[in-house]
Ligand binder design. Sequence first.
Ligand code: AMP
Length: 288
Amino acid sequence: MVDVHRSIDGFRSTLDSLRREGATVGFVPTMGYLHEGHASLMRAARRDCDVAVASIFVNPLQFAASEDLSTYPRDIDRDLDVCSGAGISHVLHPSVEEMYPGGPVLTSVSVSKITERFEGASRPTHFSGVATVVAKLFSIVGPCRSYFGEKDFQQLAVVRRMARDLSMPVEVIGCPIVREPDGLAMSSRNVYLDAAQRDAAPVLYRSLQRAASLASTGVLTSSDAPSVNEVESVVADAIAAVPEAELDYVALVDALTLEPAHAVGGSQRLLVAARFGSTRLLDNIAVG
Ligand code: AMP
């Protein structure tokens, strides 16, 4: 059974008293409409910590006016079943008014540099909305380990950097991407895809795999290492061949700094975003 907290104070004092009794806390922030990707973070939190808790809150701050805040899919009853099945004991599920009483916040957290490219370029206000709500949630939850998916690779880097820069008492842990059987990364937004778009969407992971394998073959045989452009083109060309898909960006980056790579080699990540109709899908893969 999951305890659902609508009040920030009640949730905070529950966690304070669990910690006073000596329990370690694992925390999974989500926007709900939970799937196996979210459940994997919850199971990791439960495995590593004495108590696993989650938040379900569709955060208006991270949506631009033109985005899908009002239509974002929601199903709290099913979400609580997923939480319960994955070992979560307490869920914070606040109203917008509870989180942001009196309207928009006057204080926001912005992380520079690593937010400027990729998702930040396509969605200029997105990461300050994410950083602000995650900072607020970390302040509510208190000392903990917090679990984020590598699916949103840039978000993970931003949260990690924010926690470090602001000395937050939180260890940020990245977890692998969970995929559908055909390779499509699970996402709450996949329900927006029509049948043709859904059939086309696995092109993202298929092409990422081909690009990563080109990069590693080149590096292994060392003589003819492919260029960054050749690696990125594997993905760009595959997406260009699919009428349902329109590339937003593909970029080979340093896995820690997210700076664009100048050559293939070392610990890197290949990031992609593409539109299928009005739905933007993200994916990425480790390279090297
Ligand atoms: P969201 O509810 O979309 O804000 O996501 C909440 C958390 O779940 C974030 O840390 C996401 O990166 C993570 N997540 C979403 N989809 C997946 C997935 N397919 N595999 C692993 N983690 C995921």
